[in-house]
Design a protein around this ligand. Structure first.
Ligand SMILES: CC(C)(COP(=O)(O)OP(=O)(O)OC[C@H]1O[C@@H](n2cnc3c(N)ncnc32)[C@H](O)[C@@H]1OP(=O)(O)O)[C@@H](O)C(=O)NCCC(=O)NCCS
Length: 193
């Protein structure tokens, strides 16, 4: 599907948009495990729900910035959203065929009125955290975003989410106090390609 703001995106190469929905890359974790990082597909909704069901309340709280008992369908729809190069959702796959499962999801969401600026978010299931997956997802999303003219990433992170803050800090993000005391604002400006 093409981006809604067709005027802003008219200069985009249709070939690149098509290849985005087919995006897939096998990456090696530092512990030797090989995982597939690919674009979310329409048929992934069920397995994406399975991922959420395996995440702890703490991880869900960090992802959505507050505790949630049952995820509203609207919030899930946002997590599963894909819209050209404006909303890009990557998933990380473990296993093959019937054993395939989504163990992480990362998304950037470019703003309607500022297509060069995107909010970014991640969720790695608890059992797979701290193996480098979040960092790889951030790198891949940044690579895709920059190829499509999105040069600024930002995120609001709960102030006690030290792991996410560490990932952002290592990636060169500036961290600043948010208006809400419980949140830290993370942002980076990439060089235009
Ligand atoms: C935050 C999250 C996405 C990070 O992904 P991840 O795959 O676990 O992160 P990585 O393994 O790439 O990096 C973790 C980094 O955290 C740091 N870290 C690890 N343990 C830490 C601790 N106890 N305190 C502070 N920092 C810590 C390290 O710098 C580590 O990087 P290194 O192993 O290269 O040194 C993931 O943990 C997650 O999904 N958490 C719950 C949801 C969430 O917080 N989403 C973010 C909302 S924007």
């Amino acid at each position: 599907m093409l981006a809604t703001n067709e005027h802003e995106y008219s200069r985009m190469d249709t070939r690149r948009l098509n290849s985005l929905t087919d995006f897939s890359r096998d990456l090696l974790l530092r512990d030797g495990a090989m995982l597939r990082f690919r674009a979310l597909r329409p048929g992934d909704r069920g397995v994406l729900k399975d991922l959420l069901s395996r995440c702890s309340p703490g991880s869900i709280r960090y992802r959505f910035l507050h505790s949630i008992k049952a995820l509203p369908e609207k919030t899930f729809d946002q997590l599963a959203q894909v819209e050209g190069s404006r909303v890009v959702t990557l998933v990380v796959i473990q296993g093959e065929g019937a054993d395939e499962r989504i163990i992480a999801v990362g998304q950037y969401h470019a703003l309607e009125d500022r297509p060069d600026v995107a909010e970014v978010s991640f969720l790695v299931e608890d059992a797979m955290q701290r193996r480098g997956i979040g960092t790889l997802l951030l790198d891949l999303l940044a690579e895709i975003a920059r190829e499509h003219g999105v040069n600024r990433f930002s995120a609001d992170v709960l102030a006690d989410n030290h792991v996410m803050l560490s990932v952002f800090r290592k990636a060169g993000y500036a961290l600043s106090k948010s208006e809400q005391a419980t949140l830290v604002h993370a942002a980076v400006q990439y060089r235009e390609r």
